[in-house]
Design a protein around this ligand. Sequence first.
Ligand SMILES: *Cc1c(COP(=O)(O)O)cnc(C)c1O
Length: 209
Amino acid sequence: MAGRVADLRTRIAGHAPGRNVELVAVTKGFGPDAVLAAAAAGCTMVGENYAQEARAKLAAAGDVGVRLHFIGNLQSNKVRQLAPIVDVWESIDRPSLLGEVAKRRPGATVLVQVNAAGEAGKGGCRPEAVADLVREALDLGLDVDGLMAVGPTSGEPGATRRAFELTRSLTSELDLPTCSMGMSHDLEIALECGATRVRIGTALFGERH
Ligand SMILES: *Cc1c(COP(=O)(O)O)cnc(C)c1O
């Protein structure tokens, strides 16, 4: 695991020279061991997509000093059970979620997820709606750290680059520090477009089954 993290850091550094890029180790699909291994390898952020899975896993892993980033499609009725364990809510994409997070975890750190490629049925708000959501989050007393995006499912490089460039420019326009984009298969493009945080599962833990 330490070797995989080191390889990944090298890969990141090659595409973001001189920049400090944060790494979220995405442990979804793997057991508590993955959280322990990530922590032992120096990762301080882990990412999870599903409420039930995250709760069980984090409880089993115990307090190993990692912060949990929730990155999956979030339903309002899951916020209450997630509130005690989630440190950063990366997949906020509608006002109802903001209200619920503000109520259950006042002052929480959130990212607004943007559907930058405009794909139907995908998480994230429309790019035109990002500014209003950010304003609303701030009005509710939340700590808005940045924007999050998932590249287009096709993985087509041109479309991926356009989506990430849009996400990067929205982040800059809104003067937010964090631009969370890039997964195992589109890491390089995300970094070239200015990601400050990448979320990596497969390249660290292998294929999910
Ligand atoms: C699963 C997931 C990742 C990690 O994807 P890999 O391809 O395994 O690196 C990152 N971000 C989100 C939102 C995910 O759902």
